[in-house]
Design a protein. Structure first.
Length: 250
């Protein structure tokens, strides 16, 4: 496993990339409303990325056709924006986006409620998934392990009665979108790769309201829950520093 450690200067550049990505996310979040299509969100993101002088990280990546992944309700990740997919009151939509600024990637995802009427069960799914990411970020300390990060997510999610997706994981990130190591959302404390200052990780819990199993649709991209339950996804790009975790996409 070739883990690329970043210098403080490189982490600064990655933070700039993360700040640009945050502005893209804020613009998309404001566009999430009943009646908007996922293609409307795509167009907002594409325009914002261009205005900010960044490059979309996802478009063309392994042939992916869009700058955003927009995954609605039971879609877990990698949903392809479409004019036909119109958001309705009470839906949830996970928006995953990455950008390249000055040669460095950043990657971030949030799941947004559509409209104002969200069921308590859906609210709990979003709250727990987001909290599990925050819990995982707290584990990003020099000398901790990838198992500590995975366990933090798994413990919180499973205690709430939800399923942790295992087929897809977080990843190292830097001058490439996916670098070593892989960052699972499950694991045992104290196990796995030790964290070192200069590592940068995209940590991204994917959590299903029901069972953990997922399948990929015929489009070759969109992953959905096998049981049709809702799924939420939150992600931040986080640097390991001597002073603890530095979230680059906040």
């Amino acid at each position: 496993m070739a883990i690329m450690l970043k210098s403080p200067q490189e982490i600064k550049k990655m933070r700039r990339s993360g700040q640009v990505l945050r502005r893209v996310h804020d613009a998309v979040r404001d566009a999430v409303k009943p009646g908007a299509s996922t293609m409307d969100l795509e167009e907002v993101a594409a325009r914002m990325i261009e205005e900010l002088g960044a490059t979309a990280a996802f478009k063309g990546f392994n042939g992916f056709p869009a700058v955003l992944c927009t995954s609605v309700n039971n879609e877990v990740i990698h949903g392809i924006p479409s004019r036909k997919k119109v958001l309705r009151e009470g839906d949830i939509v996970s928006v995953d986006c990455g950008v390249i600024v000055d040669g460095f990637y950043s990657d971030c995802a949030s799941t947004y409620p559509v409209g104002t009427k969200m069921s308590p069960a859906t609210r709990k799914l979003l709250d727990v998934t987001k909290a599990s990411l925050e819990q995982a970020i707290q584990e990003v300390q020099v000398g901790a392990t990838l198992g500590d990060i995975g366990a933090a997510v798994q413990e919180m999610v499973e205690a709430a009665g939800f399923g942790v997706v295992r087929e897809f994981v977080g990843h190292g990130i830097g001058k490439s979108m996916h670098e070593d190591p892989q960052v699972p959302n499950f694991g045992q404390r104290g196990r796995g790769q030790k964290l070192r200052a200069g590592m940068v990780l995209a940590i991204e819990p994917m959590v299903n309201a029901g069972a953990a199993e997922v399948k990929v649709l015929e489009d070759g991209w969109t992953a959905v829950t096998v049981d049709g339950s809702l799924s939420a996804h939150f992600e931040h790009t986080v640097a390991v520093t001597e002073d603890g975790p530095l979230v680059l996409t906040r």
